[in-house]
Design a protein around this ligand. Structure first.
Ligand code: FAD
Ligand code: NDP
Ligand code: LAN
Length: 511
């Protein structure tokens, strides 16, 4: 008995050490490794793009994907298929267990293939990251209309999952700025789809989580970019006013190009309205938030709340796009609590953030347990008119701040996302809740399930990189499967090769 108690205490003490001093490993080992990795990828991508070697290699790489599928076809087809991207490299908290049992298809497609300035498009392979793409497009005076802000998010993951950013109230989700997909299907054939060619497949691909085929390239719209974003910060100390203004600004016929808000408590937050400009005006100061010693962006924004006045700033465009990268929204403060301290920033800021993949690979079991018990990472997508009601509900269930608010439009296209019947488009808001819950009675599964029911009842849905505790029936209520089911039935070998979306995303298939 005593021995057992000791064992528990030792384990707890070890766990305490591992959790409290994770930063030691992060700083001594992970940051230098991340820097070396970043340097290598920047140089490699630059050389490949400049030598123009990627487009020539593309067809061979697609043939290699086809070869692997044909090999599976010639076998007993007893396993499902998934990409071979290791789960520690993906941008979510969890590890997908199916990677161990499914046949893994290597998709070594990592390059930007072509920037077409005439048609204003970029064609790229699925493992191209947002950081890589914004770095390639910026010198050409171009940008994606929607740039999901974490550097390491991949085009493939954003197409097969989803992507949202502060321009989404104009342009929609990442899927809405994609014009064409090239896929290798389960019979080994290569197909292209767009709204005019194989339209059913085109509309079923977003949110399909790799269960229709393997993506091998995407044509994405680009827009002209300017050098800076002029941001106007509006602090609020009252939720109804903030919610009202946030909705008005998102729904306006000629809205600002960027709309975002951060809530710091239930009743206070800062609304940010931005537009691209070419020069720094006299009405505000330049704030290069991407410089290595800059304070974390969400901490800077909080200062505007404390000052209780509106303010204008000019932020370099690429710095703006990746404004939440260095602090991983506000998640890095739980790993390196002094990460925003000015001494740390001046010494190590240029190395931040550590690569998410390395953090994930080296995450101790004790940290996983702690996050399972007392941490929420969820993005709930709700019709914008319900913003206030939803915040009140999330406050009671989670009480996590800051909260990220990002408006986005869904167009009335076929596919998994439903909008109000008869409307051309509908405005939603992404409510991002990341952090340690303070709500009394919080219990991961029960509380998240209550929030999920609230979301379903209110015709909302959930981002699926996060944990979903819905049942299959609830999941099918959240996402319209009509087109998806039809496309799966019509594609040769599809059902044999791939499970349903639910079987890849629900909490029970993730560790
Ligand atoms: C080996 C090495 C040595 C370096 N030495 C120096 C140095 O001496 N002095 C120095 O100032 N910098 C140094 N840097 C950092 C480099 O200059 C910065 O990373 C640069 O600001 C961003 O470059 P990038 O856009 O090409 O890289 P990216 O890969 O896009 O960015 C690198 C990292 O910086 C973060 N980041 C980029 N933009 C923003 C932003 N707007 N807001 C928040 N975070 C952002 C991201 O977290 C990203 O992971 C060094 C980097 C490496 C790898
Ligand atoms: N601002 C935003 O919008 C943010 C979005 N996210 C989310 O992060 C996720 C993206 O993370 P990331 O690490 O890039 O992607 P992942 O590697 O996590 O991939 C996500 C899904 O897409 C599938 N997939 C990826 N590439 C291909 C391909 N070439 N062919 C077929 N299927 C493919 C994967 O299938 P498989 O399982 O077979 O590998 C997986 O099911 C998305 O779910 C996104 O919603 C996260 C943070 C911010
Ligand atoms: C729609 C939007 C804007 C989503 C933002 C999602 C981010 C907050 C998520 C994406 C990846 C994410 C789940 C991650 C983590 C926190 C929340 C993140 C950054 C962390 C860093 C938490 C600490 C963990 O030990 C570990 C390193 C595994 C994960 C990695 C992924």
């Amino acid at each position: 008995m005593v021995k057992n108690k000791m064992a528990i205490e030792t384990e707890t003490f070890l766990e305490y050490l591992v959790v409290e001093y994770r930063w030691v490993i992060v700083i001594l080992a992970l940051l230098p490794m991340s820097a070396a990795w970043k340097l290598w990828s920047i140089i490699r991508n630059y050389v490949v793009f400049k030598m123009n070697s990627a487009p020539k290699m593309h067809d061979d790489k697609v043939k290699e994907v086809q070869r692997q599928i044909k090999e599976w076809l010639s076998g007993d087809k007893s396993t499902h298929l998934c990409t071979a991207r290791p789960t520690w490299q993906t941008m979510s908290f969890r590890h997908s267990m199916y990677k161990r049992t499914f046949t893994n298809i290597q998709i070594n497609l990592v390059d930007v293939l072509e920037v077409d300035k005439e048609n204003m498009t970029v064609r790229c392979e699925p493992l191209v990251t947002m950081g890589q793409l914004s770095r390639t497009l910026a010198p050409l005076g171009l940008a994606l209309p929607v740039v999901p802000e974490l550097d390491q998010l991949t085009v493939g993951g954003l197409v097969m999952g989803t992507g949202v950013e502060t321009t989404s109230h104009v342009h929609g989700l990442f899927q809405h700025v994609c014009l064409e997909y090239e896929l290798v299907l389960a019979d080994g054939s290569v197909v292209n789809c767009s709204k005019d060619e194989n339209a059913d497949l085109f509309y079923a691909v977003p949110w399909s989580y790799g269960t229709l085929g393997f993506l091998t390239s995407v044509v994405i719209k680009v827009i002209p970019a300017k050098k800076y974003v002029r941001i106007h910060y509006y602090p609020f100390n009252n939720l109804p006013d903030l919610a009202k203004r946030f909705s008005q600004e998102s729904l306006k016929p000629n809205p600002h190009q960027f709309v975002e808000a951060l809530l710091y408590t239930r009743d206070s937050g800062v609304l940010m309205l931005g537009n691209m400009v070419d020069e720094v005006g006299r009405d505000g100061k330049l704030n290069p938030i991407g410089v290595w010693h800059a304070e974390w962006f969400f901490k800077q924004v909080e200062k505007h709340l404390k000052r209780k006045r509106t303010a204008i700033e000019y932020i370099p465009l690429r710095d703006y796009y990746h404004r939440h990268t260095r602090s991983l929204f506000w998640e890095l403060q739980d790993i390196i609590s002094f990460g925003n301290n000015f001494i740390f920033r001046y010494l190590f800021g240029w190395l931040m953030p550590p690569e998410v993949s390395l953090l994930k690979l080296t995450q101790p079991e004790a940290v996983t347990k702690l996050y399972n018990k007392a941490h929420v990472i969820q993005d709930m997508l709700i019709p914008i008119e319900l913003l206030e009601k939803a915040i009140a509900f999330f406050h009671d269930e989670f009480e996590v701040y800051p909260i990220w608010l990002c408006p986005f439009k869904i167009f009335n296209n076929p596919g998994q996302l439903k909008i109000k019947p008869g409307e051309e488009s509908q405005m939603f808001v992404d409510i991002g809740v990341y952090g340690v819950p303070k709500a009394k009675g919080f219990e991961t599964i029960a509380s998240t399930r209550r929030v999920e029911s609230f979301v379903i009842q209110n015709q909302g849905f959930q981002m699926l990189y996060a944990d979903t505790y819905t049942t299959r029936e609830e999941f099918r209520q959240m996402f319209d499967h009509k087109l998806y089911d039809r496309v799966r039935a019509s594609l040769p070998n599809c059902k044999e090769a791939f499970p349903e979306i639910y079987d890849k995303v629900n909490r029970n298939v993730r560790k």
